[in-house]
Design a protein around this ligand. Sequence first.
Ligand code: CA
Length: 212
Amino acid sequence: MKFRVLIGMLVVGLAVSASVAMGNLITDGSFEAASITGAWTIDGGTGYTHAKDWGWAHDGNNMVGMWWWGNIYQDFSATAGSGEYGASIATFLPGEDYASGGVYGFIQLQWVNSSGDWLENAWQYSFSSDGAAGSQVHALNSWIVVNTPDEYTPHADAAYGRIIVGINNNGSGGGRVYYDSVTLNVIPEPAAVALLGIGGLMAVALRRKTRK
Ligand SMILES: [Ca+2]
């Protein structure tokens, strides 16, 4: 009897854990590694810094900063048409040199096909001190965590996903943006959750059968 209760709890536990978001799919999303180039790809740009021990990282000791234009990105595995993805990124505009006058930070969640071709931006967000290029206005000298407003299912032709944080400008202005605490979570398909539940029930049935 006690054993059955235990199995029952296990099944419930499995179902619950499967219906909530899995752990962060981003490697070194907090930029704490000695070098960011192990996990992240630096894509062009004229200025970027791996800021270590500056005393104001969002988590841990390190973060990344960039100026003028450029971005870093990281790919993550995804299955076409399956699962729902959500992201969270900490952003910072430094008071002594903040993005303004046409310069803005941007974040994108993209789907890419097996040829490496961009398919679509599932989500994009931009921010600056003055609303440049339609960006959201962020306060200075304070970490502002940006969350996806929704969850996104991979494009029908997607082979993988890509998360990008960067800086852009419209040809004038200046300033910097910083990023830290990049997280990306996936909520499995309801079908996958149901399968896990069925698997658990089958395990219980099998166990009962073998005990008879
Ligand atoms: Ca950090």
